[in-house]
Design a protein around this ligand. Structure first.
Ligand code: ACO
Length: 160
């Protein structure tokens, strides 16, 4: 474990704590889309020295399945393992809640995210065709690729 990660803790966001919108907007540029899922979500944060450095939002889809609606890490701390740390902690929550699988969706253009999720055991299971064309007013591009479709990935949860 890197020395940075030794200082990072994972908690549910307290009722009186501010929602870290600036981080959520990194994962989804539309505040309208964020507001749609936030009311039904559990919000968890990664903190370093009491400052929020990462966030995940989770929604149960059924008794068996939970969706990771968003995951984001503070830009200057990305690439140092915090995203993986968040995914490992989400696995633990899924086990505690007796979920059988986790779902995550990301854009066809999100190459690094597709790499990260598959590295963490997610497999591509579906496509929400034209999701980004239908739900966002502004065209989104990553790596010169238009974000058009949402790729759905799924991971089966095994108790340790
Ligand atoms: N581009 C290239 N590689 C990436 C990216 C990326 N965007 N994100 C992660 N990786 C790779 C890392 O290089 C690393 O590879 P390695 O293990 O071979 O060295 C591996 O994935 C693990 O990276 P971490 O350091 O654990 O991840 P990080 O702390 O950077 O968090 C995250 C990943 C959350 C995607 C972060 O980059 C981020 O906040 N990005 C902006 C917001 C975003 O795109 N969120 C996801 C949208 S989809 C959704 O929310 C459901």
């Amino acid at each position: 474990m890197s020395s940075l990660l030794k200082e990072v803790i994972f908690n549910k966001l307290g009722k009186d704590e501010e929602v870290p919108y600036e981080l959520l907007l990194l994962a989804d540029p539309s505040k309208i889309m964020i507001e749609k899922y936030l009311a039904q979500s559990d919000i968890f944060v990664a903190k370093k020295n009491e400052k929020t450095v990462g966030v995940v939002t989770l929604i149960p889809i059924s008794n068996d399945e939970m969706e990771i609606k968003s995951i984001a890490v503070k830009p200057e701390l990305q690439g140092q393992g915090i995203g993986s740390f968040l995914l490992e902690n989400i696995d633990k929550i899924a086990v505690q809640r007796s979920h059988k699988s986790l779902i995550i969706g990301t854009a066809n253009s999100s190459i690094g995210q597709l790499y990260l999720y598959q590295k963490h055991g997610f497999e591509i299971t579906g496509l929400r065709k034209n999701f980004f064309l239908d739900n966002y007013n502004i065209p989104i591009f990553e790596h010169g690729i238009r974000s058009k479709h949402m790729i759905i990935l799924k991971k089966n949860i095994h108790k340790a």
